[in-house]
Design a protein around this ligand. Structure first.
Ligand SMILES: Cc1ncc(COP(=O)(O)O)c(C=O)c1O
Length: 355
């Protein structure tokens, strides 16, 4: 990214030599991303991140194919949930929610019933949940969608760069990426659109991204995204094993050191995202102290709890899986740059709060 920032200032839409140079770099990045997904470059469109990509998939699919009904779950990211809610409120679609259990697993039988009642729906279900890490069997969802003529959008923001996504196998019409989830730059992502779908443009006003998304491209971001994705694919399995080891170690340490600890969502390695651990701590008088103590000690983690009755403040995901609103929850995220020593240190700092 630095090299391009310093040396290549052209606008990729300009036809002069400076512009053409940057256009070449941009298309090289697209070719690289497409090859990793096993698709053609024409099926990859760069966006400003995951939220735009999710909005694009949902809104373009609905507008392009006159879709009147969508199926989603109560544990989707707001980029999906609030977009669909808005479309329902404004009368564009009707919306059904597939049941999820107390660990965030989709009820596939219920999904099939909903699809039977409403064929040709848009189905929007995420691959791995960003708060609790539970993984959905998206191959199974894809098969079901195919059987009932539904369009399948999968929010793969949390898994892109952490698992292999081969679109020749996966029966999804849209998958998405946000570069900063895989050590890339912030404010850039992409959407893969299955070439069988001829959708309308997402943003009007320019011929960029083959007339689909007007606006000068975030060239540096796109180049960084492409590089980050290549790096994520290198030794992915080794990194996965290492990070899963950190997560398991933290679960073990916490279970030993903090009586009454629970984990939200699935925790089995094959059903849970290895980069996330959602911990449900025992009730305490001042739950804010937990995150505060972590923060002042240099540990960055995200907090939340289920919404208590009558309040909207809290996590919609933890509420949907029926987590106890009185228990503070913290989501820890791991990467290949973390160490066991950092986990020991974190657990020590948590113990201080309970001492
Ligand atoms: C599952 C999921 N979808 C969508 C997004 C939104 O991505 P972005 O922040 O790049 O817009 C996020 C970000 O946390 C996410 O975790």
């Amino acid at each position: 990214m630095m090299e391009v920032m310093e040396n290549s200032y052209g606008n990729p839409s300009s036809i002069h030599a400076h512009g053409r140079e940057v256009r070449t770099l941009l298309e090289k990045a697209r070719k690289n991303v497409a090859a990793l997904l096993r698709t053609a470059p024409a099926n990859v469109f760069f966006t400003s991140g995951g939220t735009e990509a999710d909005n694009t998939a949902i809104r373009s699919a609905i507008a392009s194919f006159n879709i009147a009904h969508a199926i989603t779950s109560k544990i989707e990211h707001h980029a999906v949930g609030q977009t669909l809610e808005m479309l329902e409120k404004t009368g564009v679609i009707s919306l059904s929610y597939v049941e999820v259990d107390g660990k965030g697993n989709v009820n596939y039988q219920h999904l099939e019933e909903l699809l039977k009642e409403n064929p040709k729906s848009l189905v929007s279900l995420m691959h791995a949940n960003n708060e609790i890490g539970t993984i959905t069997d998206i191959n199974r969802v894809g098969e079901l969608c195919e059987s009932y003529g539904a369009i399948f959008h999968c929010d793969t923001v949390q898994t892109m760069g952490h698992y292999v996504h081969d679109v020749t196998q996966l029966k999804a019409h849209f998958i998405v990426c946000s570069a900063h989830k895989l050590h890339g730059p912030k404010g850039v992502g992409f959407i893969y659109v299955n070439p069988a779908l001829k959708i309308k443009p997402f943003i009007y006003g320019g011929a960029q991204e083959r007339n689909m998304r007007g606006g000068t491209e975030n060239v540096y971001g796109i180049i960084g995204l492409s590089k980050a994705l290549s790096m994520a694919y290198q030794e992915m399995e080794t990194h996965k094993q290492y990070i899963q080891g950190l997560k398991s170690y933290m679960m073990e340490k916490l279970s030993q050191e903090i009586p009454g600890i629970l984990f939200n969502g699935e925790t089995d390695a094959d059903k849970s995202l290895y980069t996330i651990l959602s911990v449900c701590f025992p009730t305490m008088e001042m739950p804010d102290m937990l995150l505060f103590n972590l923060d002042i000690n240099g540990i960055s983690a995200s907090g939340g709890s289920a919404c208590s009755s009558g309040s909207n403040i809290g996590s919609h995901v933890l509420t949907a899986i029926g987590a106890n609103p009185d228990r503070p929850c913290v989501r820890f995220s791991f990467s290949k740059f973390n160490t066991k020593e950092e986990i020991d240190y974190t657990v020590e700092k948590i113990k201080e709060v309970y001492a």
